[in-house]
Design a protein around this ligand. Sequence first.
Ligand code: ZN
Length: 149
Amino acid sequence: MDELRDLYQEVILDHNRRPKNFHKIEDATHSAVGHNPLCGDQLTVYLKVDDDDTILDIGFQGSGCAISKASASIMTGTLKGKRLEEARQLFGKFHSMLTGMGGPGHVIDGKLAVFQGVAEFPARVKCASLAWHTVIAAMDAQEDPISTE
Ligand code: ZN
């Protein structure tokens, strides 16, 4: 188990050093800014979504701790090509895993599983979920336009 944990940590550190999709999307259809004041993580997420609700492109910029950056990197890789509805469902599963609500048998596919250990550190849950909360905020803003008035 320790060996597995070390491996997962290595994946996180690697994504932190060389984040994927770490760029602004100039012709984004959706974007939002997310802030985690507990840790100082701040991210902007950009989405380019087509008429069929498919995420054609996704990127992020910002600064934060290794967990927040690695989570954004892995999330963008996971969500590219998915539909908005699938993205919401995945966030539900991911959040359940982070908060330990999925139960001991809860399994999540692919690279997102590297964050399983975060459930043991409640203060880090917000770091790992920041990018996801930001993506959902970006989607919601588009579906239900926000007003500054
Ligand atoms: Zn953080």
